[in-house]
Ligand binder design. Sequence first.
Ligand code: C2E
Ligand code: MG
Ligand code: MG
Length: 970
Amino acid sequence: MTFRSVPSLLFVSRALALILLTALSLVGPLATSAQAVEPVQISRDDTALDITATTEIYTGRGEAFQVSTAPGTDGIVRRIEVRAANPTHEGDWAVFALTNVSDEQIDRVIVAPHFRLVGSKIIWPDLGSQRILSITPSEGFALDRQPSDEADVFRITLNPGSVVTFVAELATPDLPQMYLWEPDAYKDTVNAFTLYRGIVLGIAGLLAVFLTILFVVKGTSMLPATAALAWAVLGYICVDFGFLSKLISVTAGDERIWRAGTEVSLSVGLVVFLFTYLNLNRWHAHLSYATLAWILGLGLLFGVAVYDPPIASGIARISFALTASAGIVLIAYLGFRRYDRAILLVPAWALILVWLFGAWMTVTGRLDNDIIQPALGGGLVLIVLLIGFTVMQHAFTGGAYQQGLFSDLERQSLALTGSGDTVWDWDVARDRVVTIPDISAQLGLSPGVMHGPARNWLPRLHPDDRDRFRATLDVLLEHRRGRLNHQFRVRAEDGHYHWLAIRARPVLGSNGEIIRCVGTIVDITEQRNSVDRLLQDALHDNLTGLPNRQVFLDRLQAMLSIAGSGETVRPTVLAIDIDRYKQVNDALGIAAGDNILVALSRRLRRLLKPQDTLSRLSGDQFGLILLSERDPAKVADFAEAVSKAITVPINFANREIILTASIGLVSWLDPQQDAASLLNDAELAMYRAKKAGGNRVEPFRPAFRTMGTDRLQLETDLRRAIERKELSLVYQPIVRLADAEIAGFEALMRWEHPKRGSISPEEFIPIAEQSDLISQLGAFAFDKAASDLMDWQLQTGDLPIFVSVNLSSAQLLNNELYNDVRAVLSKTRCEPHKLKFELTESVVMENAEQARLVLNKLREAGLGLSLDDFGTGYSSLAYLTRFPFDTIKIDKALVRDSSDKRTVLLRSVISMAREMEMQVVAEGIETEEDAIELGRMGCEYGQSYLFGPPINYDSVLRLLKERFPLMKRA
Ligand code: C2E
Ligand code: MG
Ligand code: MG
């Protein structure tokens, strides 16, 4: 910048002023000079006056500039010409006029700052430069330039009443601001700003150094990124606060480069920080490339800044704005995904956005004051400070994962994240429950449903769990210690219940009250289900859901111990087996068979009272513990009802299936008996019922026992018994009631077991019946009885006595029976009418047709036929007329019956039998009165211990000789 010498300038202006004054009056319209300006009035009170607006700017006017002055006190407008000191001057001029309206001389400084952020624009910004090269007043000397790095400062003195027009030679076409300051005020303001700038600079410098040192101490990548940002900010405010020129000598042009450079580094710093802090490389590989490209692009800007600072600065400013916007999007996105770094950055980023808004308002000139620029500089430091805190928080708590430096807390929180459990946090003071991640998602509920007050959980809980849940929380709050370890069910959106387990620990506040309760909540539905399933499988039949055999026995045992302790409990056990169930399975398939079982189990369940138990013992076998009935008649009715329920037809695939069941029942009597043996007894009875053709209820009799445990052994023994001659016959007399004479004998088999002693036929006959042994036994009995009878007759003479032999069903169905009988008869030469067969009703009924054929043949052969044990089974005489019986043996149960109906029953049975011309034998008569009574009723014979027990061959012979002394002699 060159100045003309003051005298020459003065001379020129004076000379030209005069010349042009004349010219104006003569050739005014031809002049290309500027118009006169309106003077700004200056008084003593104006300490700082913005004269930017009242200053007129003229651009491209060449090195000689003509202008009309403001009219002076004399009202004359003069024209002056000013020449540029530098011939290469662009020709930009500024004109303003001042007038001292006071009556004193006024000293002022004109200040035009080199750089102003306000209105500097975003793209192609004005990065500052020298503004005013010199100022020439319309009168007096050119103004004195005051030393300043940041502004062009000129000192003026205005005399009272004077009007002075100033022409400023501009370095740039723009003059962002021009102030007229009271010199002392200006000095104070500069000083004040200097102090502020010093403080801000100091903080920024400390921050940058501190963060750099932190990086050295703790080498997480976050720290250098933050430190870089801090240094960038320091650089920026160094330039902005004019501190740079204090360090190195910079020209105004250099300063533009520096300014652009710091702006670029600021925007690079922000990108690098955001990328590093949010660990963007972990989220997506593309993000890394994009960021790297961005940073490289900004790096190139440093080069651009040297050649064209405004372009570099404009791009840097846009980049900064873009980074801040992208940052808020990323933070929002990652924050919603519960990325804690993102959440922690929210305050700092909010500040960045506010700053950005302020900067935009400033740069675009919407916000125009002198404080905003230093304030923005301070704001940047504040941002770095806040980011620094945020980063330090991470660096010292969770920032060292990669280094393997874990604190226990970090380890725990990492473990929790790793386990996939949900955090359950109950803020007790505010009564807010929060789960992280939201448990609502797992339950299919809309987000946040399970958040809020703890009581909000109650309606979602299973009704059975609500009170327990509430109570557990209450207890915890009251006791203020312990742990929450609670499992409960919560209804999911689909209506299913999920098992959840909360494990939490209370956190106590300073006053000892629980302020929160924090722990985990885990969905344990799977485990619970599998445990339940295991239990269910272990205890229940998985087809019908009924308790299995084990549970059944357990319950029965419990009942028995109650019954044993004298309570009025008398359990009855029913063993129910579906008849011919295998056929159903074969015909319809297993699946259908299963369905039928389920249907049957449902029917049976309906018959039960709450205290009764139904269980599936095996395949088609059910067990039932009956507690609700104790009276034998009622128990029998119940068993009948069970039987009926099963026989109700089942509709299946358009077919009607009728099933029957064999039911064995046993009522508890013996306190010594345990559950297993009681069930065993019931099953024995059931087998018995099955044996008898099924579809019947069979009460247990001790005789069934041998079918049980040692059955097999007995069967083996029985096989050998015949060869070893362990079997024998005893004979029980059948006596005529009228005169107590012997009418005949019933042959009863005896087995003298080598180890077990005598075994009752009630025990071994059923075994023989179930194996093929009964035919042998039967044949032996018939043969022996016939030959014994012949022997006696040989020794006593032809006595009018008969011997009856018991016949089992298996024998009856044996085709050989008739031939065997014929063979025996011919061998012994025994008269057929002296031999009788005794058959029970059930034997006959089991295969009625076959029975009728065989019996008829036997009858035709001359043998007698007795219907044994009449009164224990169906007892249908009418039915039995179809069979050729000649004798009925009334069972001892009926004879000894103590009820009122006994007489009626006996009388009708006897009279009916007589009408059908059958003889009647009463078994088990106990007293003579009974004998007489029965005799009167028309019963001819009796067989009981009263008349004589079963006796052996010799005793019979002796008895016969005693009773019939005359016969032999005759
Ligand atoms: P059952 O044919 O009704 O035979 C009568 C049973 O009553 C005999 O028992 C006899 O001892 C018993 N008895 C007779 N009078 C009285 C009395 O006053 N009071 C009592 N309480 N009992 C009396 P036992 O000998 O034990 O025979 C039991 C059953 O065994 C027979 O009943 C019969 O069904 C079967 N049995 C016996 N021997 C044979 C045989 O050789 N073949 C076949 N198939 N069955 C036989
Ligand atoms: Mg008999
Ligand atoms: Mg009998």
